[in-house]
Ligand binder design. Structure first.
Ligand SMILES: Cc1cc2nc3c(=O)[nH]c(=O)nc-3n(C[C@H](O)[C@H](O)[C@H](O)COP(=O)(O)OP(=O)(O)OC[C@H]3O[C@@H](n4cnc5c(N)ncnc54)[C@H](O)[C@@H]3O)c2cc1C
Length: 315
């Protein structure tokens, strides 16, 4: 398993070996892992390569709107919680973070839909892609779910799982073999077969499949990062992008622990309840037996509300 090239490893060692003096706020817990690749999936990683601001920067920006500042750290957490609860989002935009991510192309296609980040991707027109493709761990192989068009159902195990894995590997190997043949270029850049032309890199790549890895630099502000994480660290997100989001959540915790705590409390582990849903809860609290047909909610909404309330859907 090779996540990083020798040059990338050297670059990271050099970056981690150097320190710079600054008057700007830094966050020791994030500095401790700065530049380090945090492994995701079989060949991927996420690493924080730069950041600006900390919890105090959120508080400082909020003070501009509210005049008098908070004075104690406990008040800072209270203020950040208030901002999060009331969707006063701009103070969170004062913090920025830049990641270097290595990810399969199908994950990148979901990720790129988050338009509020700045992205610079590895160019397969300019450089040759490595022979690295994603093969799921056997525990993540599952059949198509029947209850929801998007998602996975029961696990696939044993011989059937082995067949799937063999097929995925065989097709990816074949695709890379074709790619190499079309490029007709060895490691030193000279033709493998001098009798054949080497196809342009921008064309040779077109047969590679969605499991191959790409890389990018991805920079965003804290508000948009939390929006990304609220969608992609959610159980409804596909496992593979969720694996990245979960590692990024850990970087969020290191970087802005107060914002992270507020995010978990008021966004990730919170729920939005419709007007009819609130009415159902009120009726239940008043002792009324409410069931789905009498609730005014669709069966799906009813199941979702009961899940939020930790109740069996049959009620
Ligand atoms: C579980 C799941 C399933 C999905 N399934 C599908 C699918 O089947 N097909 C599909 O195409 N996509 C799908 N998506 C992608 C989804 O529709 C969004 O495109 C993606 O999550 C990015 O969200 P966003 O637009 O809020 O983020 P960002 O692009 O980061 O935007 C953040 C916010 O900025 C505002 N904004 C940004 N750009 C604009 C704009 N041009 N106009 C107006 N407001 C803007 C919006 O308020 C937006 O919420 C899915 C996403 C998830 C999480």
């Amino acid at each position: 398993m090779r996540r990083l090239t020798a040059e990338q490893q050297q670059e990271i060692a050099a970056q981690r070996g150097a320190t710079h003096q600054t008057r700007r706020a830094t966050v020791p817990a994030l500095e401790a892992t700065l530049y380090e690749p945090l492994p995701v999936l079989d060949h991927g990683f996420v690493r924080v390569v730069d950041y600006m601001g900390d919890d105090a920067a959120i508080v400082q920006a909020a003070r501009v709107s509210y005049g008098r500042g908070t004075r104690k750290v406990s008040e800072d957490q209270g203020l950040i919680n208030y901002l999060m609860r009331h969707r006063h989002t701009t103070p969170f935009e004062m913090c920025e973070i830049k990641y270097h991510v290595k990810l399969p192309i199908f994950v990148a296609r979901q990720w790129i839909r988050h338009r509020t980040a700045n992205v610079n991707e590895y160019s397969a027109r300019y450089s040759i892609l490595d022979k690295e493709f994603y093969i799921p761990d056997p525990e993540h192989l599952a059949v198509q779910t029947t209850t929801n068009r998007q998602g996975r159902g029961a696990a696939i195990a044993g011989e059937a799982a082995q067949r799937v894995l063999d097929l995925l590997r065989r097709d990816a190997e074949n695709a890379y073999m074709g790619y190499s043949e079309l490029l007709n270029e060895n490691a030193s850049g000279s033709p493998t077969d001098p009798a054949q032309p080497g196809l342009a890199r921008e064309l040779a790549r077109i047969n590679l499949s969605l499991g191959f890895y790409t890389q990018w630099y991805w920079k965003t502000d804290l508000h948009n990062l939390m929006h990304f994480l609220s969608l992609r660290a959610d159980p409804h997100a596909q496992y593979e992008i969720r694996a990245y989001a979960e590692v990024m959540l850990e970087t969020l915790k290191r970087w802005v622990p107060m914002a992270h705590a507020a995010f978990r409390e008021y966004r990730m582990n919170a729920a939005t309840i419709s007007a009819t849903g609130i009415e159902v809860i009120r009726r239940m609290l008043a002792g009324e037996q409410v069931d789905q047909p009498s609730s005014g909610l669709s069966p799906r909404e009813w199941r979702e509300l009961m899940a939020v309330l930790g109740q069996g859907a049959q009620r």
